[in-house]
Every structure is written in C-alpha cells, then in structure tokens.
Design a protein around this ligand. Sequence first.
Ligand code: NAP
Ligand code: GFB
Length: 322
Amino acid sequence: MSGDKMIILVTGGSGLVGKAIQTIVEKEKRPNEEWIFVRSKDADLSDREQTKALFDRHHPTHVIHLAAMVGGLFHNMSHNLDFLRTNIHINDNVLQTSYETGVVKVVSCLSTCIFPDKTSYPIDETMIHNGPPHPSNFGYSYAKRLIDIANRGYHEQHGCCYTSVVPCNVFGPYDNFSLESSHVIPALIRRMHDLIEKDNSEQAEFTVLGSGKPLRQFIYSLDLAKLFLWVLREYNSVEPIILSVDEADEVSISTAAECVAKAFDFRGRLTYDTSKADGQFKKTASNAKLRHHLPDFKFTPFKQAIAETVNWFKLNRSSARL
Ligand code: NAP
Ligand code: GFB
C-alpha cells in the first residue's frame, strides 16, 4: 500500500480540520499520494447524485470524510433534528458511494461528545453505544454513532476497511468563529477580539457563557491533522480510535477563557453568565489506544496553541468564517 498510487479525497476540506490537514499535507505528502480537498460548493454531499458525480470526477482510492453539519453546544441545542438528518444523509451518501466506486479505505470522524452522558471515566472506544448521549446534542451524536454501525456493516458484508477516529474538542486557524454556531474556543476568541477593539481598560467586562466549570480536552487542529495522516496510512482496524490529548491535559472552560484573555493581554475582568447552559459537565476520554501506537507523539501545549490561534484570528479576521 505504501508505494501504490493513492488518490485521497478529503470531504469537508475547507473547514477547521480540513484546512489543518491541507497545511500538514503541504509539508508531509508522499510522492505516491494525490490529495483532493472538496467543500459543499464542489458537491452537496447530502445529495446522492451530487456525491456520485464528485466520486466519478475524482475516482478516489481513499477518503478522509470530514464533511458534516458541525456546531457548538448552543447550535446543537436549537437544531438537533437538522444535525441528525443532514449528517445521516451526508454520511450514508459518502459511505455507500465509496463502496459502490471501490474506495479502498474511508476514515470518518466521530467526536468524544457522542459518548453516553451517564458513564464511567475515562471514556474509551468500547463505550460509544453504552447509553444515550447528552440531550443537548442527541441529533449529532446518533448520526455520528451510525457511522460506526455502518462501518461494521460494510466490513462484515463486503470486507471494506472503513474506520473512524474520535477527536476531542478541536480548535485552531480556519475555525468557525460565527456567533450563532461556533464552539467555545473560537467563540471566546472572536468575542474577546471584538470587545477589545472597543475597550481594553480595567473596567472592561467579558462574559463567559455558563458557569465556566465544565471540563474539556482540547486538541490543536494541526496536531489532529498529523494524527489523521497516520490513521490514513497505518491504522487498518474498523474499530474507532480516540484522537485526544491526555486526560491530564483536561481544562475547565474558565481556564480556557483565562488563557484566551492572556493571549489577548485583556486587562478587564471575566464574568460568568450562569443563566446560559453548561452542556456536558465532562467527557474525559482515554487516549491509551493512541498512545499504544504512538507513545512519543507530542501535542502542542494548550497555551501555545491558543496563542497561535489568537494571532491567526487577529491577522485573518476579515476573511475568517464569522
Ligand atoms: P467545519 O469547520 O464546520 O467544516 C465543515 C466542513 O464540511 C466544511 O468544509 C463544509 O464545507 C463541509 N460541509 C458541510 N456540509 C456539507 C455538505 N452538505 N456537503 C459537502 N460539504 C459539506 O467542521 P470541522 O470542525 O472541521 O469538523 C470536521 C469534522 O470533525 C466533522 O466531521 C466534525 O463532526 C468532526 N469533529 C469536529 C470537532 C470540533 O471541535 N470542531 C470535534 C470532534 C469532531 P463548506 O465550508 O463549503 O460549507
Ligand atoms: O465547544 P462547545 O460549544 O460545545 O462548548 P461542547 C460549550 C461549553 O463552553 C459550555 C461554554 O460549557 C458553554 O457554557 N461557553 C462559554 C461557550 N462561552 C461560550 C461561548 O461563547 N460559546 C460556546 N459555544 N460555548 C459540543 C457538541 O459540545 O462539542 C458538538 O455539542 C461538538 O456536538 C463539539 O461535538 C465538539 O464541547 O459543550
């Protein structure tokens, strides 16, 4: 496999993770690899015919499937049905079209937020279907869990090597910084940037939504991208693999907000709007399986990744997804 020509189609190629993979591929692509990054204007993957036309255009041998309706806690809470239906259609179209066109390997993307809400910790890959997900994002969660179910079906019935990775929360350059649908890190960065443009005095007040108490593991998009290349090239099990920073790197939302404030040299004070939802309190995931394969992988320190993302946003706000 390492010498054969590979045509790698990356769906969701214009997003946070897709752009990070593009950045890493520019430095680490191999001579036998042709990389194609696509987005919704190339094909609406919720439409079977457009999906088929895309695959007929590129004849991929491998697919990294990132395309999805993606959003933070508040967007999930208000659009659970949309997240469910849109992602079910996208995922079924991509997997079935991959099978029909003879794609050798598909690496799809789950998330640590799809695990059971009532569970023991740390979460590991064997626990995905052990109970209902947190109610805030049941639509997204069930659509994602079906990817794992489908992968097992394609393997059992057709011998396909379709697998999935399970990232923790991701952030980095090219993230979605919109006020309506963003995740917490890009939301904090965008809102703090815009506040400081008006007022960075000691009287300035920045509001963090929720209590700030929930805990999260955050992976820098460029680190995740490197792990995606390893999974594509070396990981050949249908079983999902968690791609997360260590349990010890878990931080509270308030610590994350303080890191963003420090990166901006914010001189005001943080306040917490506890009338807003906290979502899952924690979803601590074990990366023991990843560490077994890559014991020496180095994650970018959280504060450094935050600083790099803040700097990226300062330089690219005019072209960022707002
Ligand atoms: P993102 O920044 O929102 O990007 C989504 C990508 O999917 C974009 O390239 C978008 O294209 C494409 N897309 C959306 N709907 C489409 C459609 N109907 N047809 C074709 N393409 C479509 O998302 P992300 O954060 O990079 O997430 C990538 C993957 O990682 C997703 O599967 C997500 O579930 C997973 N994940 C993300 C996180 C996180 O914290 N961000 C955590 C765990 C897992 P356009 O830009 O053209 O619309
Ligand atoms: O990244 P996030 O929106 O989603 O983080 P989840 C939500 C946490 O950050 C909650 C707090 O505790 C919020 O109260 N928070 C504070 C904020 N300020 C803000 C803000 O301005 N915006 C946002 N969005 N949150 C998601 C799932 O859960 O995890 C998705 O709903 C997805 O399906 C994602 O999988 C990775 O981490 O709570």
